[in-house]
Design a protein around this ligand. Structure first.
Ligand SMILES: [Zn+2]
Ligand SMILES: [Zn+2]
Length: 909
């Protein structure tokens, strides 16, 4: 305490003196200044703003100007900003709005450096937007339901609610230390009953509009987390759980789904939104739209009596198998058919002599998981059924096989095999001695079905294809391929098949057999089936008195003695509640709407707030959510739009993804391996502003980088040097101002030029999320300002302007330091964060002269300096006049001299 107090007194004196003497300082060498004991004596009037509101601040926390002490003034400003509601965002029709949304965190415990990396640069940008005159909304909340919270709760053996809210409290505190401009009055926590009331309400709206339905299906199940997963939460070819990495298995369960596939085509369109290509490609591939044809193959039955109506019987002993193909141009080469061992027709087409082999194969396939069955490197197995189908394009009889790599859950459970033009079919055909008939002939090669060594999967000319012989097949997919287009049209005319589209995308499975989620507000009774809970009874609350929340494979809510028992909303008879809860991605599909009016008890969000703030202008967060959250919430928004709840087609106009902060050794930071960087420790040591600035500086934000623990010293040095420039009077050894020389016109002109050039760059870089170059530009300008100070610029109007612009540019990056220097040290009006972003003086920023490289026959040989406004002829003349160029020309005339946009002169000899 004593130390702080002493510092406090000293500071009060020097601050003012510093400001007074700056005008008259003279240049002193760095070494000298460093060694010089700075005298602090003069006392004068204290710094106050016009309103006098700084009084308290000044008396409690001013510090010695040379002792850069962010730990003290950062807390001071955070408290003041909060008390003054500086970051409160309310509707203001007089200003353009900017909704800057950043992904909300899981309350998983301590805030790690990754949180800081994902939140503080976007905070700087939101601040920049605000200084540009936008009314900025930058809210924050917690994605508090879901598996991570419950998993951690189980591990620590406490109720998930208790654990979650303790973590939220801790993380709120840590987030406040960032000095971010979060509007905490808009905070939303998805596990609060007044939040999940509306999550439930949305479920009911989807149900009422036919977009939520219940169905028995083979679903992906994580045996470790004991719950179903959405397909998006199953990773890679190995099919691992997105949460815990355990291989996922299939389970048949009655589950709730959202009809996301209804929006498959619309989700493929990204018109009018500025999203990274990577995300668009990823979502496009995930939705996996492919054009092709559905073709019907009549089946020749081997049994006399067939219960055939359900299969679309043609004659007494045949039925139809529908096949979807993306390559109808190869139909004439379909020499066999493969159906899934589970296909309903298998038993009907299998002949007695093949019955035993087929039944053994079926039993064997049933034992394997889908993962094993689909593995690419797995040897192809299969069994002939004895049955045949008719290839409808040429009436050829083709054998029907069963093979485990064809799954009933994908497509129709049947494929036509074209061994000449599909590698997998080719391997299968060669293994079992099946016919190979080439139908696409590549240029200059004659394919022979008996001797081919691999499938030809590319372009060529159609052969052995009846009416289509000679038609050119390109490598284009779908209707863009003339051969495919022609065949599809023909199939339709002949009533054999039709144009069809297949999607990889599936409906969103949202049931979770877990406790810590929003209850699914549905009730079942024997008489009336499933019905939604009446809306005036929402929310269906999670019970607090539950000890059965540990994962058993069934929803813990099932084991609560009373919770599930209720009455039927239709008939009033005894009924039971749905005991599964919702996927937490449902909660995060609409949180950006809850921020609009988090305390509204009558609606999920307020219409006036919606009309003013939506859509989100800039969304920032991790790209790992490409096919999950980022796709779910686009679907959700479109569904709400169709139900008349929202407007517009997209929730977010611009998306930007940060990269990852990796461990020093380039691996993922992990708590278990002790490689986590704790931001709190860094904040204690350097202050939040230095940590913020370093996170912007050490990597390109959209790329990320391995953490470099030493690099932060450089950023800390910059911060201290900036502090010193604006607080240190720059006295000489005698302690007096001995500067007598006035700065030259050139010094001041150069200073202004550098300032406005930097401003121009920094403005551009903030706009474009190029935070690292914001910092490096500020570092470079600081050096220029030191030079200008040495040259006597202090006291000039140019210096004053430079100081103001510098601090304003610094404000989004280092909000506390900038405020302390601006308001306290410089005595300018509080708050710097309410100042307008400075305007670039283009004339001042313009260089007088420019340097242009001169190439001779493609190699740079010289550089010429010309006036900045020089035209083509002048530049040409300057280049040809260069001594070096003359030497190369050896007196000859050059063949060509090209001036490229004032950037390059190219001479060809
Ligand atoms: Zn898992
Ligand atoms: Zn009923």
């Amino acid at each position: 305490m004593a130390t702080v107090k002493k510092k406090t007194t000293t500071k009060k004196k020097t601050t003012v003196k510093a400001r007074k003497v700056k005008k008259m300082t003279k240049p002193v060498s760095k070494a000298k200044r460093k060694a010089a004991p700075v005298k602090k004596k003069t006392a004068a009037k204290r710094t106050t703003n016009p309103k006098g509101t700084l009084r308290r601040v000044v008396t409690t926390a001013t510090i010695k100007d040379k002792s850069f002490n962010p730990q003290v003034f950062e807390k001071k400003w955070q408290a003041k900003w909060e008390a003054d509601k500086l970051y409160r965002s309310v509707i203001d029709e007089s200003k353009p709005k900017h909704y800057a949304l950043t992904m909300l965190p899981y309350p998983s415990g301590d805030l790690h450096i990754g949180h800081w990396f994902s939140m503080t640069p976007p905070d700087a940008r939101a601040r920049f937007k605000r200084m540009q005159g936008y009314n900025v909304l930058f809210p924050m909340g917690f994605d508090a339901f879901g598996l991570p919270a419950e998993g951690a709760a189980i591990k620590h053996n406490i109720h998930p609610k208790k654990w979650t809210y303790a973590n939220i409290e801790q993380m709120r505190k840590q987030m406040r230390s960032m000095g971010a401009m979060f509007d905490w009055e808009r905070e939303a926590v998805s596990s609060d009953p007044d939040y999940y009331k509306w999550t439930e309400w949305f479920f009911i709206q989807l149900y009422k509009h036919g977009l939520a339905y219940r169905k028995k299906a083979a679903v992906d199940w994580c045996p470790k987390d004991n719950t179903t997963l959405a397909r998006e939460q199953v990773k890679g070819e190995e099919r691992l759980c997105d949460r815990c990495g355990t291989p996922v298995i299939k389970k048949e369960l009655e589950q709730w789904f959202f009809k996301a596939t209804k929006y498959a085509d619309e989700l493929l369109r990204f018109d009018g939104i500025d999203w990274p290509d990577f995300i668009k490609v990823s979502q496009t591939n995930w939705i996996g739209r492919s054009e092709g044809a559905s073709v019907e193959f009549p089946v020749i039955s081997n049994q006399s009596s067939v219960d055939s109506n359900q299969f679309g019987l043609i004659t007494d002993n045949s039925s139809l198998i529908t096949v979807f193909t993306t390559r109808p141009d190869t139909l004439w080469g379909a020499t066999f058919m493969v159906i899934s061992p589970e296909h309903p027709l298998v038993d009907k087409i299998t002949t007695p002599e093949n019955a035993q082999a087929v039944s053994e194969y079926k039993a064997q396939a049933a034992k394997q998981t889908d993962i094993q069955r689909e593995a690419k490197d797995k040897e192809k197995t299969g069994v002939f059924t004895g049955g045949y189908a008719i290839n409808p394009v040429n009436d050829e009889r083709i054998p029907i096989w069963i093979a485990d790599y064809v799954l009933m859950s994908y497509g129709t459970g049947a494929i036509m095999a074209v061994p000449a033009h599909d590698e997998r079919d080719f391997e299968f055909a060669r293994k079992f001695g099946l016919k190979v008939v080439p139908v696409i002939q590549p240029e200059g090669v004659e394919l022979n079905g008996d001797t081919m060594e691999a499938a030809h999967e590319h372009e060529g000319v159609m052969i052995n294809s009846g009416p289509f012989n000679g038609t050119r097949a390109t490598n284009d997919k779908g209707m863009k391929n003339p051969a495919i287009k022609a065949v599809i049209e023909w199939l339709a005319k002949e009533s054999i098949g039709r144009f069809d589209v297949n999607y990889r995308y599936r409906d969103w499975l949202i049931s979770r057999q877990r406790f810590w989620g929003a209850p699914i507000p549905m009730v079942y009774c024997e008489t009336h089936g499933w019905n939604p809970v009446p809306e005036d009874q929402l929310p269906v609350l999670l019970p607090d008195d539950i000890d059965q929340w540990k994962p058993t494979g069934e929803s813990p809510l099932k084991f609560h003695p009373t919770w599930k028992h209720t009455t039927c909303p239709i008939g009033g008879e005894p009924a039971v509640r749905e005991t599964d809860t919702m996927d937490a991605f449902m909660c995060s599909s609409w949180y950006h709407l809850r921020y609009l009016s988090p305390h509204d008890d009558n609606a999920p969000f307020d219409d006036a707030e919606y009309n003013y703030w939506m859509p989100v202008d800039t969304y920032t967060g991790g790209s790992e959510h490409a096919n999950m959250h980022l796709l779910y919430f686009r679907f959700f928004h479109k569904a709400l739009r169709d139900m008349g709840i929202t407007e517009g087609s997209e929730p977010v106009m611009q998306l930007r993804n940060q990269g990852m902060v990796l461990a020093e050794d380039n691996t993922k930071m992990s708590k278990s391996r002790g490689k986590v960087v704790a931001p709190d420790t860094l904040v204690d040591k350097y202050g939040a502003d230095t940590v913020r600035a370093y996170l912007m500086f050490f990597a390109r934000w959209q790329q990320g980088a391995p953490w470099d623990p030493h690099g932060i010293e450089g950023t800390a040095r910059w911060m201290r040097r900036a502090w010193t420039l604006f607080t240190d009077p720059g006295l000489d050894t005698s302690g007096t101002n001995a500067r007598s020389t006035r700065p030259s016109e050139e010094t001041l002109k150069v200073l202004r030029r550098k300032v406005h050039q930097t401003l121009k760059r920094v403005t551009h870089d903030f706009e474009n999320f190029e935070f690292n170059t914001v910092i490096s530009s500020l570092m470079v300008l600081l050096n220029e300002m030191y030079k200008a100070r040495e040259a006597g610029a202090v006291g000039s109007s140019e210096w004053k302007e430079a100081t103001e612009i510098y601090l304003k540019m610094m404000a989004p990056v280092a909000p506390h330091v900038a405020e302390e220097l601006w308001t306290n040290q410089q005595g300018k009006p509080y708050s710097i964060h309410q100042q307008m972003w400075p305007k670039v003086d283009e004339a001042a920023a313009k260089e007088d002269v420019i340097e242009i490289p001169v190439q001779i026959n493609g190699k740079v040989r010289d550089r010429v300096v010309v006036p900045a406004e020089a035209g083509e002829e002048e530049i040409k003349a300057a280049a040809l006049a260069s001594e070096i160029v003359q030497k190369y020309l050896e007196g000859k005339e050059p063949k060509k001299v090209i001036v490229a946009q004032q950037r390059l002169v190219s001479i060809v000899m």
